[in-house]
Design a protein around this ligand. Structure first.
Ligand code: PMP
Length: 389
């Protein structure tokens, strides 16, 4: 029998809450429910826990605690950065494959002429030459934004190289590390001027995350109101969620090295099985470095929504692309940037596993694709295969 979340292959959309995170959330709700800004002793304890969580995250990222602003997640962080650049009449360059919360935020906050979309190569990775050219032509009031890992293809962008180029040019660099944190090593992130992240991508709750500011940044005034979060983001802090995020990241980091190796092997075995069954299947992004949990591919036949629906009927959760564009067939900017045709876009599937996905579940999913294919070819019913127990 498939149990619990074994059939869940949409970790890039969100992850189930880790046990450690749940416990930390409950403990904070019970023990530190007071407003951290209040002046009595119990509230002081809540304020201390809040600062401990700030220090813990700061230490993991290798930055000063004052650089951390807790918020509701990466969408909010990406919007705050774009609004901030707009307030100083700056210019922004970002890769063509950024998440909609970055691209749309740039469009929402900045005049069109202040934004530049930098092309990606056929591999989906940023073309660093075009970045260098842009840096030569733009001033220090500017910002470059590049995600660390792509949510659809899992491609690992050359963000360290981009950060170095920006540092040489004296231009701020923002890294949307939402899909990276919890899956790939945190070393080096401290060199980014700005970082955005969301807890629910590594086993924390939804609606909580952090924005890392450049050292000494005093001018960001994202939400007006009280003095919370250094005056950068007003509003009573969601301490239980912040504690749960901290617990989730510590747990994810503890098991990351092992998961990286074993899950990559399981994902590769899944792809090998799929390719054997469907020789015309096209893997995307597999030729360059990518996240160990992600597989993006174009099925040789049938629309992706048909595959998704049939797989869902037998307990598998997969995606036709990012959750932010799912349900809208063929809307993937990333795949267009990778040179996929409109017709191919309708056959794209994304499968993303977790830290504990059993190797057998990956193989079962591949076998279920084969079973589903027979059902789709014949237009008949679908048998739920049982492999390996
Ligand atoms: N950036 C990237 C790369 C993402 O994958 C996501 C979530 N899919 C976001 C930003 C937005 O995160 P959230 O929905 O938690 O605000």
């Amino acid at each position: 029998m498939m149990s619990g979340s074994d059939g869940y292959f949409d970790y890039n959309a969100t992850t189930p809450l880790r046990l450690e995170a749940r416990q930390a959330w409950l403990e904070a709700c019970e023990r530190w429910w007071q407003n951290p800004s209040s002046l009595y002793r119990a509230a002081g304890a809540a304020a201390r826990v809040l600062e401990e969580e700030r220090e813990s995250l700061a230490e993991q990222l290798g930055v000063e605690p004052a650089r951390i602003v807790f918020n509701s997640g990466a969408t909010e962080g990406n919007n705050a950065i774009m609004a901030h650049v707009a307030a100083s009449a700056g210019r922004v360059a970002f890769s063509a494959v950024e998440h909609p919360s970055l691209r749309e935020a740039a469009r929402r906050w900045l005049p069109h002429e202040a934004t530049t979309e930098l092309p990606v190569e056929a591999t989906g990775l940023l073309d660093l030459t075009s970045l260098s050219t842009w840096l030569r032509q733009n001033s220090t009031a500017s910002l470059v934004s590049l995600m660390a890992a792509n949510n659809e293809s899992g491609s690992l962008q050359p963000w360290r190289e981009a950060a170095d180029l920006c540092a040489e040019a004296g231009v701020s660099f923002h890294c949307d590390a939402t899909q990276w944190i919890g899956k790939e090593p945190l070393q080096g992130l401290a060199q980014c001027s700005w970082i955005t992240l969301s807890a629910h991508k590594f086993g924390g709750p939804k609606g909580v995350g952090a924005l890392v500011l450049p050292a000494g940044e005093k001018r960001l005034r994202w939400l007006a109101g009280g003095p919370q979060e250094g005056g950068h983001r007003a509003g009573t802090e969601n301490l239980p969620a912040i504690c749960a995020m901290g617990a989730a990241l510590r747990a994810a980091e503890a098991e990351r090295p092992q998961a990286q190796t074993s899950q990559a092997a399981a994902r590769d075995a899944f792809e090998a099985a799929l390719l054997q069954a469907f020789p015309d299947l096209r893997l995307i992004g597999a030729d360059s470095p990518r996240l160990w949990n992600t597989s993006l591919f174009v099925m040789p036949r049938h629309r992706n929504l048909k595959w998704l629906t049939r797989l869902s009927e037998v307990g598998y959760s997969v995606s036709t692309g990012s959750a932010c564009s799912s349900g809208r067939e063929g809307s993937s900017v990333v795949l267009h940037a990778l040179g996929a045709s409109d017709e191919e876009l309708r056959r794209v599937m994304r499968v993303s596993g977790g830290w504990h996905t059993p190797a057998q579940a990956w193989l079962d999913l591949a076998a279920q694709f084969v079973e589903t294919s027979a059902a789709l070819d014949q237009g008949g019913g679908l048998r739920r295969i049982q492999l390996g127990g």
